[in-house]
Design a protein around this ligand. Sequence first.
Ligand SMILES: Nc1ncnc2c1ncn2[C@@H]1O[C@H](COP(=O)(O)OP(=O)(O)OP(=O)(O)O)[C@@H](O)[C@H]1O
Length: 300
Amino acid sequence: MPTAAPEHAPGRAEADGIAARARALTKAYGSGETTVLALDAVDVDIARGRFTAVMGPSGSGKSTLMHCLAGLDTVSAGQVWLGDTEITGLKERDLTRLRRDRIGFMFQSFNLIPTLNAAENITLPMDIAGQKPDQKWLDEVIDTLGLRDRLNHRPAQLSGGQQQRVACARALASRPELIFADEPTGNLDSRAGLEVLGFLRQAVDNLGQTVVMVTHDPGAAAHSDLVLFLADGRIVDEMERPTAEAVLERMKRFDTLRAPFADGKGSPGDVRPDGGYHPDGGPRPDASPEKSPEGSPDKD
Ligand SMILES: Nc1ncnc2c1ncn2[C@@H]1O[C@H](COP(=O)(O)OP(=O)(O)OP(=O)(O)O)[C@@H](O)[C@H]1O
């Protein structure tokens, strides 16, 4: 992934409030001696109309944070709000509806339905919910993402980048309050990845959307307005108007703290030739769970 991100203006609704909020958010897995504290009393505000990236070493709690903020996972303690709605304590049925109606999702694997064309994939969540898309908004999304001449194509007839653009349009179609993107460029080559990041940027700048993106790639994070750094289940740092170089430097400090690499066999913060970064120094196995496309994935 090329590291240079274009200069961008902050999202247009920058000072327009908080899209999601967590207080003392704690998530533990397991019990007794085997308990893993994935999130340790996290306080976070996700600003509306901005593009926030979440970074941190493997196992630092990024996915758990995203899942708890999106109501995909229960919390062990603390509170989470989407807008003014406290989602901690909601029944599963209400959570499913809230996710469907108010949150858009993008995942590393695009999760498109192979038998449906692009247009049908884009509106599928709304069709399932029995909602009629706002055609003017949908047209704006389709044109912003450059999908107008691809609407009749099925996923197999589209490139990876085009498929992710369809997934992006699907996430945007209902004009959600918040879009969560989990490694959205993880399966794309650097050019397609850059394109998708550019569209997410446009969704924020031109369409007033709010995006939270989990990524391992400093080049991807550089497209955001703000990077939150997680380590051991806590937000330990943040960076406004990030550059890939600054994010990379910050990430290297985690590696230095974690493990001395005295054997000279490479550091955990290796930068790939394309500028992409893997905290393990090698390609990241695709461990993202399969999610259903309707914005209410089942937690496995
Ligand atoms: N279902 C689970 N059961 C037990 N432990 C879990 C579960 N899910 C996550 N964990 C643990 O919680 C911690 C945080 O995991 P999480 O997946 O949120 O990290 P991450 O920063 O997203 O990691 P990566 O970058 O490798 O995807 C890790 O120690 C992980 O092993």
